[in-house]
Design a protein around this ligand. Sequence first.
Ligand code: DOR
Ligand code: ZN
Ligand code: ZN
Length: 444
Amino acid sequence: MQVDLVLYNGKIYTRKGFVEAGIAIEKGRIVKIAKETNLPKASSKINLNGHIVLPSLIDSHVHLRDQERAYREDFFTGTAAAAAGGFSLVIDMPNNKPVTMDVQSLRERMKLAKRKIAVNVAFYSAFPESLKEIRSIVNNGAVAFKLFLLEKIGGLNIGDDEAVLRAFREVKRANVPVAVHAEAKDAFEDKMRRLQDENRNDIEAFLEAHSATVEAKAVQRIIGLAEKSDAQVHFCHVSSAEGLSLIKKAKESGVNITCEVTPHHLLLTSKDLKRYKNLAVTIPPVRTREDVNALWSALKQGLIDTLGSDHAPHTMEEKQGESIWEVKPGIAGLETTLPLLLTQVDKGRLTMAKLVQLTSKNPAEIFHLSARGTLSEGYHADLVVVDVKREYKIDASRFHSKAKFSPFDGWKVKGKPVKTFVNGNLVMDEGEIVAKPGTGQIIR
Ligand code: DOR
Ligand code: ZN
Ligand code: ZN
């Protein structure tokens, strides 16, 4: 037997931990992980130089933009950023222009993506006007729904518990998860208006309006609706101790929920806003030291299910603004997430096992992405080669993303993704994108 590709001289992260071995790949799948002498002959061979190999990351929280917001990011630049960051699959958020919220908008997005993507992409949809359409949106390939509670995006009346409950029952029937941005619209808007009446336009006002209580209110409400419907609910970017403690309680009583944290909520506090200013403005915002400590301890306790980047690129102009209320929130995180997390592993704050679990295995399970997220025979050959010894400074000016700035610019990190393979194809090599647009697949 002769296979397409053999990677040799690596330390492969398998279900049993690291093994010194090679990987044989055929038709995009891993066919064998074994010592080199036991691997089949291959038409092509790559020496991994003793580096470690992890399942490439799966990011279930990415805003790829394109269409009318291609000036911020497009399917190629966004997926190039993913490949550079060690990701082989990203799930695209629906708050686009036009909003992804029905069969037609989903199909249009997929059609455009198909010829541009460098890594695999799956799609969220927002809720449609008519809940009957949920089934056909899923049949057309959306892997999950997104519910944004801060303002209405899509067709669902987010203030109406009965409507949200009906939507949850429908996604339950369709057997797909619903990811939630938990910030309560009414509580937020009340506070924002009061602050604006006092002419408060500063970052502190922004933090006050997007308070931990605003998050906790939405978390509480959604837990109630998750319990009633038994829908599979995934909380995006949990940021506060208050929100976390509600999630902990609900998990303990058996509610069907999971949650995500982002590297920026783990590594920045509101004090850092003085230094990074608008570049670190995101929603929910980065919070207090106590909140950050609560996130880390939840991570250690096994309460956090996924680490996602919430890659949310904007132009530099959009990140400025007369008033804080005009600043576009979001951080481009695809090219910093893995180096930042590897640095935490190096410091002993995170284990490699946890990193892999939260960035590949769990996202694959939660979003029902079959045969991905683990390096195992029969699985898709999605993998990242990492040089754990490489020390360098993050240089945002060299990002593949169109957003060439980051609060993490200049941060010293240790650990670099040096090769990313997607469906058995080498897509990124030493920071360069070596595959053609269209190499990625749409995952349904
Ligand atoms: O900071 C954010 N930016 N949070 C969101 O929920 C939306 C995102 C965006 O699309 O820019
Ligand atoms: Zn969000
Ligand atoms: Zn987001």
